[in-house]
Design a protein around this ligand. Structure first.
Ligand SMILES: N[C@@H](CCC(=O)N[C@@H](CS)C(=O)NCC(=O)O)C(=O)O
Length: 215
C-alpha cells in the first residue's frame, strides 16, 4: 500500500516528504488547494477536523500533524533508510528536545514572518509591520541559541542528521530564499554551515524541485 500525502505544496508537508524520502518509503501525493479552501471542505474535514495539511493515509490508517507523522515513520521503519531519531534513549531525548524547540521556539516567530512577509496577499491578510519586527527580534534570540548549540554539535540532535533538522527545513528555506532575510542565517557562522549542509541533502532538493509553492 503506497502512502498518500495530502497537501504536498505546503510548508508543513515538506517535513513529512523529506522524512519519507530519507526512510525510503514509497508515497504518492494528493494536492490540496488552500487558496480555494479545499482544506475546509466537508470531505477534507473528515480526515483533518482542524482543516489543515498535511494528512497521511497509510492503508486505513490516517494521521495528521507533521511532526507526529515524522515520528510515526521514523519509528515504523526503524531499520529502513537512515536512522532519524537516535539509537539510544539519550540520543532520542536530545532529538526530541530539539524537535520541541523547533515547534515551540523557532516555528512561531518564523511562521508569523512567513505569513506576514510572504503569504499575506494570498490569504487576504494585511501585513502587520509591528508583528514582523517582533517576530524577527524573537527569531534572532532563538538563532543565537542555535549558534551556540551548533558550535558544539554538527546537527541539532547530535552528530547525526535527524528529525530535529528536517523539521527546520521548510521555514528556514523561506527565510533564506524567499523573504530577503538570508542574513538571519548567514550572520551566524555555525547556523549558516548547518543550513548549507542540511539544505543540500538530495531529499530536500527533490522536495523543493517537485513541490515548491507557486510564489
Ligand atoms: N501543526 C500542524 C500545522 C499545519 C498547518 O498549519 N498547515 C498549514 C499549511 S503549512 C495549513 O494547512 N494552513 C491552512 C489553515 O490552517 O487554514 C502541522 O505541523 O501539521
Amino acid at each position: 500500500m503506497v502512502v498518500k500525502v495530502y497537501g504536498p505544496h505546503s510548508a508543513s508537508a515538506k517535513r513529512v516528504l523529506v522524512c519519507l524520502l530519507e526512510k525510503e518509503v514509497e508515497f504518492e501525493v494528493v494536492p490540496v488547494d488552500l487558496l480555494k479552501g479545499e482544506h475546509k471542505g466537508p470531505e477534507f474535514l473528515k480526515l483533518q477536523p482542524f482543516g489543515a495539511v498535511p494528512v497521511i493515509q497509510d492503508g486505513d490508517y490516517t494521521l495528521y500533524e507533521s511532526r507526529a507523522i515524522m515520528r510515526y515513520y521514523a519509528d515504523k521503519y526503524r531499520s529502513q533508510g537512515i536512522e532519524l531519531v537516535g539509537r539510544t534513549p539519550e540520543e532520542r531525548g536530545v532529538v526530541e528536545q530539539w524537535l520541541e524547540v523547533e515547534a515551540h521556539n523557532f516555528n512561531p516567530p518564523a511562521n508569523d514572518l512567513a505569513v506576514h512577509v510572504l503569504f499575506a496577499p494570498f490569504f487576504g491578510i494585511t501585513p502587520d509591520p509591528k508583528l514582523i519586527e517582533e517576530s524577527e527580534a524573537k527569531l534572532l534570540k532563538v538563532l543565537d541559541v542555535y549558534e551556540e548549540r551548533l558550535s558544539k554539535s554538527k546537527y541539532l540532535g547530535g552528530d547525526f542528521f535527524s528529525l530535529a533538522d528536517i523539521s527546520h527545513l521548510p521555514l528556514t528555506y523561506f527565510i533564506v530564499n524567499k523573504m530577503n532575510k538570508e542574513y538571519l542565517i548567514r550572520e551566524r557562522k555555525h547556523v549558516s554551515g548547518w543550513w548549507d549542509d542540511i539544505s543540500s541533502r538530495p531529499s530536500w532538493k527533490k522536495v523543493i524541485e517537485l513541490y515548491l509553492p507557486p510564489i
